[in-house]
Design a protein around this ligand. Structure first.
Ligand code: CUA
Length: 158
């Protein structure tokens, strides 16, 4: 009889985990790196050197790509994001390309579905259209050590 109860508990738990995974991918749309590319670390080079030699990460920043189209190149590191300040014109579609210099970091733009993982050696790409004016908080939501809690900043949309 006991076994049956445990079996039920295990099944219910499994169900909850599955729901959590489905929820996180569909609703929160947490992106993990896809086949969008990798940082190739050459022999005798550090990851940091390789990142800064791999376009577009040799020039982190916000770049205009067309009418209301931008590319945002983000490099995360303990414990900051580069570029530090981002201003995006309203109603622009922004293609975010991101990677990390050291540890696994998060790049979550509060009150948007932009929630990506920055993984060393990997490139994560996500597109999002900013339709609401305001100041958005960018938060690292992957634990990355001592100053993880301080890895946050504001991005403005005038
Ligand atoms: Cu970076 Cu937490």
């Amino acid at each position: 009889k006991r076994e049956r109860i445990y079996l039920w508990i295990a099944t219910v738990m499994l169900g909850i985990f599955m729901m959590a995974i489905i929820y996180s991918t569909l609703v929160l749309s947490i992106r993990i790196p896809s086949d969008k590319g990798k940082i190739i670390v050459k022999p005798g080079e550090s990851l940091v050197q390789s990142v800064f030699q791999t376009p577009p990460f040799d020039h982190p920043g916000l770049y205009k790509r067309g009418e209301k189209e931008y590319e945002l190149v983000i490099v995360g590191q303990a414990w900051a994001f580069n570029p530090a300040d981002i201003e995006i014109p309203l109603n622009s579609t922004v293609r975010i390309k991101a990677t990390s210099l050291d540890l696994q970091h998060g790049f979550y733009i509060a009150s948007t579905p932009v929630n990506i993982m920055l993984i060393p050696g990997e490139i994560t790409v996500l597109e999002y259209k900013f339709k609401k004016a305001g100041s958005y908080r960018i938060i690292c939501n992957e634990y990355c050590g001592m100053l993880h809690h301080a890895m946050t900043k504001c991005a403005g949309l005038p």
